[in-house]
Design a protein around this ligand. Structure first.
Ligand SMILES: *Cc1c(COP(=O)(O)O)cnc(C)c1O
Length: 433
């Protein structure tokens, strides 16, 4: 392998030419402290850094790699694709195969349009919702992430319930003036807001499994109720399943809950590790999109053959191997095992874990399940940072922030889980918290 120098050297160089040295903020280790590890290769559950050290990967590119890195079946398809075409900018059969496969399995996906990221998918779906309803306002929930589009990069503002304030510099108030924000887990706040603003709200957008601010598993009754309220006021329902879609099951969280969204967004897993996003849903809504309808949306590299074919190979394998029940069981073993170790060596931190399917999130114990941003215990960030660095030193890589969830993949076999426990024990023994 080529020699690149140490992570420290590379980070110094990177900071000179790239803002913060990284191309997406969480990668910088800002939240946990220290220098980000620079990786040069990956296979299965393993990452290899630029010095040749190996890590067991529980970040998995923040979710896309449900089968692990370079799954052999997917890799074969990717290699074959490299010898067929890299991009056409024209009609081709590969995106059709992926679209048909998804439409045939998810009843509320009647039509689908592929884009290049989750952000783009959400942005486009909102445009459709506004066009369909002739309304301008959007309701989102505090603690849900929908990508970095201006209108959704907001947090709850002070003052009037529902008011939003910008969560980033550079976003003019006119860009968020139509965004309303409410806390999760509070159906009466939703009812009150709709009573006041209902006729102006085009769409209610929510992560049905909020997994971008810790793992804030919602009550089914809350989700059922808010969908019912939105519909009774003529608003559409957009489930942002960029992280949960094809991870908690083939039909995502919508399938698990038995709730049909009008619009749904996908990303991450749908591209098998390549940049793909999608927005989908009712045919009458998707038919509003150009060239069929008046809502413009386009993409030079959209439906790239790599993403389409890697995505399909991934989903086909997930279905065939019943990956979801395997992963759920392994995730339970992983979190039980790690929790026992955390509690044994770090009793003062009172560790607990929230897990759903193959997503997990360690945090301090709380009297009741954590469903809102406000109920995340104080000191969480610092407690996580300690454990993160202990594990990192021994070769376990978690997402470098206490507000990101962890993932398992099909490549995380029993043997890998055992190895994880051994490394974690070693880490704590060496280095009492
Ligand atoms: C990751 C994510 C996005 C953004 O997707 P990108 O591909 O990073 O633009 C949007 N919504 C949810 C729920 C996500 O998890």
């Amino acid at each position: 392998m080529k020699s690149y120098g140490s992570s420290e050297e590379l980070f110094l160089r990177a900071k000179k030419v790239v803002p913060g040295g990284v191309h997406s903020p969480v990668r910088s280790f800002r939240s946990v402290g220290g220098t980000p590890v620079f990786f040069q290769a990956a296979k299965g559950p393993l990452l290899t850094d630029v010095s040749g050290k190996e890590y067991l990967d529980y970040c998995l590119s923040f979710g896309p790699l449900l089968l692990g890195h370079r799954d052999p079946e997917v890799e074969e398809v990717v290699r074959e694709t490299a010898s067929l075409a890299w991009s056409f900018g024209a009609a081709e059969p590969y995106s059709l195969e992926l679209a048909e496969w998804i439409v045939s399995r998810i009843p509320w996906v009647e039509k689908i349009r592929f884009v290049n990221s989750g952000t783009e998918a959400v942005m486009s779906a909102l445009r459709v919702a506004r066009a369909a309803t002739g309304r301008n306002k959007i309701l989102k929930f505090d603690g849900c992430y929908h990508g970095h589009l201006d209108s959704l990069l907001v947090k709850a503002g002070s003052g009037l319930a529902g008011e939003a304030s910008s969560d980033s510099a550079g976003i003019g108030s006119e860009l968020i003036g139509n965004t309303l924000v409410l806390p999760l887990d509070d159906e009466s706040a939703v009812a009150e807001l709709f009573a006041r603003e209902g006729k102006n709200i085009a769409v209610l957008v929510i992560e049905p499994l909020p997994a971008n601010y810790g793992l804030l598993v919602q009550r089914k009754e809350f989700l059922q109720k808010i969908v019912e309220i939105a519909r009774s006021h003529g608003a559409l329902v957009l489930f942002d399943e960029v992280i949960s879609g094809f991870r908690v099951g083939l039909r995502g969280m919508s399938g698990e809950l038995g709730i049909r969204p009008d619009l749904v967004t996908y990303g991450k897993i749908i591209g098998g590790g390549f940049p793909v996003g999608a927005y989908a849903g009712r045919a009458d809504l998707l038919d509003l999109v150009a060239p069929q309808g008046p809502v413009y949306q386009a993409g030079t590299l959209s439906a790239s053959p790599f993403g389409m074919r890697a995505g399909l190979a991934t989903l086909v394998k997930c279905e065939r191997e019943n990956v979801y029940s395997v992963l759920e069981e392994r995730t339970k073993r992983l979190t039980d095992g790690l929790l026992a170790i955390f509690r044994k060596y770090d009793p003062d931190s009172d560790w607990s874990v929230t897990a759903h399917s193959s997503l997990f999130w360690f945090h301090r114990s709380t009297p009741s399940p954590i469903r809102t941003v406000d109920s995340i215990p104080n000191g969480h960030k610092e407690a996580f940072a300690n454990v993160f660095h202990l594990l990192l030193t021994e070769g376990i890589y978690l997402a470098p922030s206490g507000y990101e969830v962890g993932f398992t993949s099909l490549a995380h076999t029993s043997e890998i889980l055992e190895k994880t426990f051994d490394l974690a024990e070693k880490a704590f023994k060496k280095n009492k918290v």
